[in-house]
Design a binder for this molecule. Sequence first.
Ligand SMILES: Cc1ncc(COP(=O)(O)O)c(C=O)c1O
Ligand SMILES: [Zn+2]
Length: 387
Amino acid sequence: MNVTHLECAACGLRHEARRLHNLCAECGKPLLVRYDLKRAAASLMRESLPGRGPDLWRYREVLPVENDENIVTLGEGFTPLVHASRLGAQLRLSELYIKDEGQNPTQSFKARGMAAAVSMAKELGAQKLAVPSAGNAAGALAAYAARAGLEAHIFMPRDTPRANVIECEQTGAQVTLMDGLITDCGAEVARRKDAEGWFDVSTLKEPYRIEGKKTMGYELAEQFDWELPDVIIYPTGGGTGLIGMWKAFDEMEQMGWIGSKRPRMVTVQASGCAPIVRAFEEGKRFAEEFPNAQTTASGLRVPRAIGDFLILDALRASGGTAVAVTDEELIDATKEIGAAEGIFCAPEGAACLPALQKMQSAGAVKAGERVVLFNTGSGVKYVESFS
Ligand SMILES: Cc1ncc(COP(=O)(O)O)c(C=O)c1O
Ligand SMILES: [Zn+2]
């Protein structure tokens, strides 16, 4: 067990690790898990990874669970990194890759975060878990909570894709559909959680979902033989995956696994809900709530993100950018990627393609550069978007 403490990402205040926490007790911002990375590196060598299981628990020494018996798993992580050579040829990019997160349990990258969060909730004694969700996080929480024997209380907008609602019901969760957006669902969880005895597992409002999601960064490094790509394009709602990968890169450097080179991190959002793009363009560190948020890419319909400053810091520190694409562009892109590579992307993942094309038009990506598009989920859950 290499966790030393939790640290506030904004004010740095130290919090004790072996207790249930939500946000910083002092300033209300997200807490990050800190490890003794020297110790982790002494027991986990890069070279020993090929002998380990093909899931995210292969990075066990840099994950927060103390007792193996508390690990709640459905085989999440270690998803394929597909060389998109046909799509790449169309775009004149020889080194284009798709990280296919649709192959996770519950068909999205949300499985990674929930595997870690539910394992920790179990370890630290929470019984009833509650979450506001745009859809995929709900499906993942429902599944992992079922597997752990814990209660899942789920709050989603009424117009969340049907598949997400059905998967939650069929895995035994308590589902409430609300008029409004994920932010309204979050407010409802916050209002009721104390009286109901719920532990709030909203993204970045508990410290462990990001630990599960950071493993995407570890996997990219391992799958590229410890040389990070030049550009990572990531569909951003709450931004937990992007912040998590950024954290993973620093951890790996401290363990001596990689050097100081970092990919340019790129946020993609839908033009109907682009708070991070707007803040990036305006040079702000915090993003204002995006009014009248709308997009068929439900996971991108996040008008306000508590980790906004962490996303924006990573984009800027990496020399990356933030790009908005229209719903029409991201829906068209689903078929382009599907027809070229056989991957049926979630609309959020497909949004990476028009973002890349816009960057190419602006001269922001060169032909020989290695570019990774994150397909964060499977298109199968979004039949309404394609009819
Ligand atoms: C398929 C998909 N992609 C991307 C996102 C946004 O993820 P994040 O909150 O980590 O930015 C979501 C969130 O619901 C999602 O379901
Ligand atoms: Zn703080």
